[in-house]
Design a protein around this ligand. Sequence first.
Ligand code: SF4
Ligand SMILES: [Mg+2]
Length: 443
Amino acid sequence: MTTVEPKTFLKDSVAFPFCKGCGHHHYVHNLDRALSSLQLDPKKVCIVSDIGCIGILDSLFISPHTFHTTHGRSTAFATGVELADGILNDSKLKTVVVIGDGGATIGLLHVVNAALMNVDVTVLVANNMLYGMTGGQNSGFSPLEFITPTTPEGNIVPPMDICAMIKSCGAEYVTSISATDKNLTTVIADAIAHPGFALVEIVELCTEFAIGKNKIDGKTIQTMADQHNAATLPTTFKRKEFCEEYKSKVLGRPLKIKNDALTQKYISSLRGSRRWVIAGTAGEKVQLSSYLLMRAGILCGLHATQKNDNPVTQGSGFSLSEVVLSADDIYYTGIDVPDVVIISSAEGLKEVTVNGTLSRSNNQTVIIMEDSLPEILTPAKMYRVPLRSLCTPQRATTSAVAAFIANELMIPLEAMIDSIQMHVGEKVALYEEDIKKILPLLS
Ligand code: SF4
Ligand SMILES: [Mg+2]
């Protein structure tokens, strides 16, 4: 039987920078012993540290990868490291987050998210109940009545129980332990060995700021750890480590590739570009009409762009779309002077007025506007068409686009009909009827 000599991951004769009696001494020694006891290849260990006194820890280690991050974000970085390794590399890296209660307070959602994902990250929270490095301020983990520079009369906000919280996220290895507990090495080693998310709350003392004004000793700390251990894991979760789950359920699934590529079938006589603005009411397929126009252009070998606009509310108010069709490359997708403007409703008219489309129109612009809307002053060539009653509001803009194409003849109408049919199938006949009704009104 071969015996592997225990080795240290720490630098030779390293002097710890922590204050005398600080619990971080126990944390560092026990983490080192745990890593050694697991006999891990140092190249397969990544220590990700946070801001705070405990964050200096990474400079004490020599052989594993170490990664010092911004305050509260260490678990997010570690999750990224683990995903990259677990999905792209599969080298079974063991990633350990070194974080204090301050960092865990600031970056709590990162810890929650890693626990929900069950990514193979071990978070070791050094809970000394305050922000040690910045002067002992109250943290989200400070007990009730705790006296700190920011709670001189005693803390009145109850502390979070990170163990209960993280257990509620389905994490399977969650425990709280005193920094002086003789089992700490084993607990840390078991957490690191656990194939999935693990969290160990290591309750300890900041000798610089926690004692003196607070009655806190080993017994208090042990009681706190015991209470935090009492929370039980909900039974609703069935866990599998995230990278394994991702590889089997996402990467393992055959890719569904939708082949909707368009190849040129028609020839357009368009030279230069045509710039369209189509405006109407949300929910009346205004942006769909632009999409179908754009695809008709592509069927003719033209370059095409589409830009949509609507209010934040998405499903109410105006809906507007701009389409550029061009025989040449399109380097600018904006529309200064529109060539064609289609307006199917009062909301659309208001928007093209407000956004300057109408004021930028000139005598080369053609406007097709719903007949029931009020008169507008414009140098553009204006056609008033009862689009809503002739075609229904849902088909108004698409049929107006198709009728303009049929009238202008620069793009074959067949290309637009083809584009509509690809989307609506045999209902294309309704659009063909609409076009017949609109065409006489465009002469
Ligand atoms: S300030 Fe507190 S947490 Fe920081 S090293 Fe000193 S005792 Fe430890
Ligand atoms: Mg702290």
